[in-house]
Write a protein of this length. Structure first.
Length: 438
């Protein structure tokens, strides 16, 4: 009887081990191509952030959460950096507590295929990083903002209080300065005055001193394309994507976005990736490259500053621009090295050839500083396996006949390994039932 019980326990344990090994969570193994669109459960993340912020509401992530979700400014509340995932990333830098922080570190480890890990997030100073700037500003009587409203948030009876809303105090103190380019405000100046490359720059956020102008009445019957600032437009999808791509590539077929489009339509493996499945990504590549073309009018209208449309935050590969590719290919091919002569011959006129394929073909064959943009593009999540990014392999020389030799043992393929695992599992379970029948 004990032997039967033991056999059952062993069989179930092995079965569970095999199942958990085969079906890996993307948070534990984010290197899988299938993990591109994985993200942590937003409800769990929000609960985790809220629980930690209830204990210490002075963390920068908690103050940012308040700004994002309790502000009337749509340019802030609709910013991709206001997602719960963004708050968690910042909070885990400050506190590193909770199960989700461990899952986040694993999910966003080096080499992760999870696209959410490369999206913009709140790159503002953490609670701990603000100690020295605040001491310079608010614990030094010679500071020009020592008696300011901002410093008052972190002063108690003239003494500096470390357990205070440091981010709010720091930001307001820098706003209070007649010239904010003072010791302690360097980061604030970078964030608020020097601008960023994001769709909604920090200059429109409250902590930069932004005051919302009076808004003109909005037509309640306007579509999301006419008024993408409406909170009801999060899930809106641009209906003209295919027509706009066709228009753009019909006018300038040499653009890298058109090469991406061609690859998506002709290669089933590539077409299964997120860059191709979301056709808006192709349009965004094209209009990031050539925003002045008429085919980008709808894109620019939809994704203007403050747009609430989630589609505008679509992640795109970091491809080099058309003008850069054209000039660089011309430089390479003016006096081509022997290794790239055939590649250059395929692009006699840069205004009509596939610039991206030509540039990639060149950089696969030569080691040149002008290929840095190629290296950057191939570092985009999911692109390293594409043919554009593979190292060039010269054709193998012809093999002369030699005496027959024993063929080397081939390593098991993933399919063979999976089949072997299934057979072993079946035998194991069958053995358990035989034991039970005894």
């Amino acid at each position: 009887m004990f032997a039967r019980f033991l056999a059952i326990v062993v069989s179930v344990a092995v079965l569970c081990f095999v199942c958990t090994s085969v079906v890996a969570d993307c948070a534990d193994d984010p290197m899988q191509q299938s993990c591109a669109n994985f993200t942590l459960n937003s409800t769990e993340v929000n609960a985790n952030v809220s629980a930690i912020c209830a204990i210490n509401p002075n963390y920068t992530a908690c103050l940012a959460h308040e700004m994002c979700h309790h502000t009337p400014n749509p340019a802030v509340s609709g910013d991709v950096r206001c997602r719960h995932f963004s708050h968690l990333r910042l909070l885990c830098q400050e506190a590193d507590v909770g199960e989700n922080c461990a899952r986040l570190r694993s999910m966003c480890q080096e080499g992760s295929m999870v696209l959410a890990c490369s999206r913009p997030w709140l790159d503002v100073p953490t609670f701990g990083a603000l100690t020295d700037p605040l001491i310079a500003l608010c614990n030094n009587q010679s500071s020009p903002v020592y008696n300011s409203e901002g410093c008052g948030l972190c002063q108690t009876n003239g003494e500096f209080n470390y357990e205070c809303p440091r981010f709010d105090s720091w930001a307001l103190a820098c706003q209070n300065a007649s010239n904010p380019r003072i010791p302690g405000c360097e980061t604030w100046v970078d964030l608020c005055l020097n601008g960023t490359d994001y769709i909604a720059p920090y200059s429109v956020w409250d902590f930069c001193g932004y005051v919302m102008p009076a808004q003109a009445p909005v037509n309640p019957n306007a579509t999301c394309l006419e008024n993408p600032l409406s909170h009801s437009c999060h899930q809106y999808l641009l209906p003209t994507v295919e027509a706009d791509i066709a228009d753009l590539c019909g006018m300038m077929p040499n653009m890298p976005g058109c090469a991406l489009n061609q690859l998506c339509l002709s290669n089933a493996t590539i077409n299964a990736t997120s860059y191709c499945q979301n056709r808006f990504a192709v349009l965004k590549v094209l209009c990031t490259d050539m925003p002045g073309m008429s085919g980008c009018n709808n894109y620019k209208q939809l994704c203007q500053n403050g747009s609430m449309v989630d589609q505008c935050n679509t992640l795109i590969p970091n491809l080099p621009m058309t003008m850069y590719l054209s000039s660089t290919v011309q430089q390479f091919c003016a006096a081509p090295a022997a290794a790239i002569q055939s590649t250059c011959a395929s692009c006699p006129v840069t205004s009509t050839c596939n610039l991206l394929a030509t540039y990639s073909g060149i950089c696969q064959r030569v080691n040149d500083t002008r290929c840095e943009a190629w290296n950057t593009a191939c570092a985009s999540p999911g692109l390293s396996s594409w043919a554009w990014c593979q190292p060039y392999v010269a054709p193998a020389p012809a093999v002369t006949s030699t005496p027959s030799a024993k063929a080397p043992t081939k390593p098991a393929t993933p399919a063979a390994s999976a089949a072997s695992l299934a057979i072993n599992l079946f035998v194991l379970v069958a053995s358990a039932f035989v034991v039970l029948a005894l």
